[in-house]
Design a protein around this ligand. Structure first.
Ligand SMILES: [Zn+2]
Length: 191
């Protein structure tokens, strides 16, 4: 059994938008500016936020992450989906796999539109170099153990390899809270 240390990051609910959808929601002249670089080199958090609405239920201040993507998507935790009273519930899927999942209404300052919504499948970002060193293959499933009072091992983590990635396990807020994650955390990759 090989054990390698990895950064563990918890992603709060957010949306990715296509340029076209962003312009619909924010206007033609709006810009998606970076306010914070994320651990994955090309990814950033913007200051622009939308509201996710389902009937009388809503979640405000849902941040847009950049850059623009080909397809818009909302990523929320299962707790958020219950709060929004979504039916059917969104599917647990790898980011970008948007077939047969629930759509949600997102509202910006100019207009609103419906976009697919998923609960993100827990995943490990990894560069080609790191993958070679650790011995990981794209789409392989691994486990990561996290120590602490709520010590837990997450199984069924999808490995996603790209030259643009850096080693990091991405969990959603339900998973992060279950593991008692507060502040900078590392886990151990178990293959
Ligand atoms: Zn990720």
């Amino acid at each position: 059994m090989i054990k390698t240390k990895t950064l563990v990051e918890v992603s709060a609910r957010h949306v990715h938008l296509s340029k076209k959808d962003f312009e619909k929601l924010f206007g033609k002249n709006a810009e998606l500016a970076s306010v914070k670089q994320l651990s994955q080199p090309k990814e950033f958090a913007s200051d622009e936020k939308v509201i996710i609405i389902n009937g009388s239920k809503k979640m405000e201040n849902v941040r847009i992450l950049g850059p623009f993507r080909k397809q818009s998507q909302a990523e929320i935790a299962l707790t958020d989906a219950y709060h929004l009273n979504l039916s059917p519930l969104p599917k647990i899927k790898v980011s970008g796999d948007l077939a047969n999942t629930t759509k949600v209404l997102v509202k910006g300052p100019k207009s609103s539109l419906k976009i697919p919504c998923i609960i993100a499948q827990r995943h490990l970002h990894c560069s080609d170099k790191e993958a070679k060193k650790i011995g990981l293959k794209n789409n392989q499933r691994i486990s990561v153990g996290i120590e602490g009072v709520r010590e837990v091992t997450f199984n069924n983590i999808v490995v996603r390899i790209s030259p643009d990635y850096r080693l990091s396990l991405h969990l959603d807020t339900d998973e992060g809270n279950a593991a008692g994650i507060m502040g900078k955390t590392f886990g151990r990759i178990i293959k």
